[in-house]
Design a protein around this ligand. Structure first.
Ligand code: B16
Ligand code: MG
Length: 219
């Protein structure tokens, strides 16, 4: 039987993945680069600076940007992102998530967050969900981001739970790869085109059912 659920934040608990995209799109526009939702799939789960580097690679003439200019762009992106995040509250928790958290608690399972975001604590707080979490891993605690397993193993280590007894939930290809590399059971939320490596895949959070996930985990 599983002992812990480790949740990704952006794109699983709330739809801030869309806000990250909208903020990056504005930054890209200023640089005369266009990015679409398909390109954005690569940015999901990837840290702020690494995301910027992926965008800059689209235009070889930008390879000469100084570190200071990159810092400025990343800071500006975060300001745009925070303007959007300031509008969220508990009504922005994605369908099925609070029910799943409640089921975890009822069954005595541990709950952790495994996010690549530096804004994770703030976002979780705005959503009113902080009290569910036994442990929170955000960008400040890991040296190697997703797809490295560290985000997820750090959470399991802090909880004192062996990796195979953990179930990770992710909306990004990098995140599913991280969960698999941690030797945990991976639940993907989204499109099979990106998330085919997930041990169990659902299209949307509304399809996340505690009993069903445990059933898949056990077989
Ligand atoms: P920040 P997650 C990730 O969060 C996002 O998926 C990714 O798009 C973002 O670039 C990254 O956090 C860093 O976020 O700029 O707020 O530090 O999906 O791992 O919860
Ligand atoms: Mg995510």
């Amino acid at each position: 039987y599983p002992k812990a659920f480790i949740y990704d934040l952006d794109g699983v608990i709330t739809d801030t993945a869309e806000f990250h995209f909208l903020a990056w799109q504005k930054i890209a526009q200023k640089l005369d680069i266009s990015i679409d939702r398909q390109f954005n799939e690569q940015l999901k789960g990837i840290g702020r600076m690494d995301s910027l580097e992926l965008i800059l690679k689209l235009d070889p003439s930008l390879s000469e940007l100084s570190n200071e200019e990159k810092e400025n762009l990343a800071n500006r992106k975060n300001e745009l992102y925070l303007e959007l995040v300031e509008t969220i509250d508990s009504s922005n928790v994605l369908p099925g998530i609070e029910e799943l958290l409640a089921a975890n608690k009822e069954q005595g399972l541990k709950i952790a967050l495994g996010s690549a975001s530096k804004n994770a604590l703030y976002v979780l707080d705005r959503l009113g969900l902080t009290h569910y979490f036994d442990y929170i891993v955000d960008a400040s605690q890991v040296s190697k981001g997703k797809p490295d397993p560290e985000t997820f193993t750090a959470a399991a280590d802090a909880l004192g739970i062996e990796y195979p007894a953990c179930i990770g939930i992710e909306d990004s290809a990098a995140g599913v790869a991280a969960i698999n590399a941690a030797n945990m059971f991976s639940v993907g939320v989204g499109d099979a085109a990106q998330l085919s490596d997930a041990d169990y895949l659902v299209e949307a959070t509304s399809q996340l059912d505690f009993e069903e996930i445990v059933e898949r985990y056990r077989h």
